[in-house]
Write a protein that binds this ligand. Structure first.
Ligand code: ZN
Length: 302
């Protein structure tokens, strides 16, 4: 009989140990050590890749950050099915005469149609939100005010940047309802799904409801957001992430790009940290980094 030893071992456990034991940092020296030491540091997962230490994690974050910085975001232009004026007409909120008047006034003043409609008292915020819902084929928050305190481990800076407020959040059910004021930002929905594993559904709310809801937004215990407005060069960003990974005893890290933001999440033993890097700051740093190289390049080109 030719039974291999392997067949006596639980296959799942073997697979897990195997993954755990190999640090994804190519030049890491800890590969064999980790396999031999039970109960050694748990390491950090980034997707399928596993890193034995914050140092290896930081080294490998350089590439991820660099590609997020330079990635040209190709977004399918998702625009509403209907122009706002037509949506208001279809809902009988305004008459054709009112629409013509508002369009002419908007052009004359150089402001957008919705501003004119609101300022002239032709429509209410609620009617405008209903028309946006019709435009995008999304529900609108009901007549009763939101008023619920929503606890969420989502970065408030990003929510404010996209005028989106969480109206309902259930980590258990993995479901989130996000109320948008101006337009449905699909990039934000996708980023949130990627980072939290929650299904994010859009709806429309008024600017007043947005304000109320953001005031009532509470962060989950052990959740922190940091906005890094001076991220420095990519290697410096990676070092910063490595520092946080060590500080928070990171188990897992996730990265995404949401329009002009890099969003990195560090999931620690007890706490979760979101680091937001506005790409304008990152671009300025990258430019500084490149500018030193430019003279050599131009010289080389003659
Ligand atoms: Zn390593």
């Amino acid at each position: 009989m030719n039974l291999s030893l392997r067949s006596f071992l639980p296959p799942l456990d073997l697979g897990w140990n195997h993954v755990r034991a190999i640090c994804a940092m190519p030049s890491c020296h800890n590969k064999l050590l980790m396999r031999a030491v039970p109960g050694a540091r748990t390491g950090i997962y980034v997707g399928e890749a596993w890193y034995c230490s914050p140092d290896c994690f930081a080294m490998e974050s350089r590439q991820r950050l660099a590609s997020l910085c330079t990635r040209t975001v190709v977004e399918m232009p998702r625009n509403p099915r209907l122009p706002l004026g037509l949506a208001l007409l279809a809902k009988d909120t305004i008459s054709e005469g009112q629409l013509r008047f508002a369009v002419a006034l908007s052009e004359h003043r150089g402001v957008n149609l919705e501003t004119t409609l609101l300022n002239e008292g032709i429509v209410s915020e609620k009617q405008l939100a209903a028309a946006r819902g019709a435009q995008w084929g999304c529900p609108v928050l009901g007549p009763e005010p939101a008023g619920q305190i929503v606890e969420a481990d989502l970065p408030p800076t990003l929510l404010r940047a996209f005028s989106a407020a969480p109206l309902h959040y259930s980590a258990k059910a993995k479901r989130l309802v996000l109320g948008f004021v101006h337009r449905v930002e699909h990039t934000l929905l996708q980023s949130i799904e990627q980072m939290t594993g929650c299904r994010a559904e859009p709806c429309f709310i008024t600017p007043s409801e947005f304000k109320v809801q953001m005031d009532r937004l509470a962060t989950v215990d052990g959740y922190t957001e940091i906005v890094d407005n001076d991220p420095g060069t990519v290697p410096q960003m990676a070092r910063t992430l490595g520092g946080f990974a060590a500080e928070y005893t990171a188990r897992e890290a996730r990265f995404t790009r949401c329009k002009s933001w890099i969003w990195a999440r560090i999931v620690g033993k007890r706490e979760t940290l979101d680091i937001l890097i506005p790409l304008k700051s990152a671009a300025a740093s990258t430019k500084r980094e490149f500018s030193t190289a430019v003279p050599e390049v131009t010289q080389a080109l003659g």
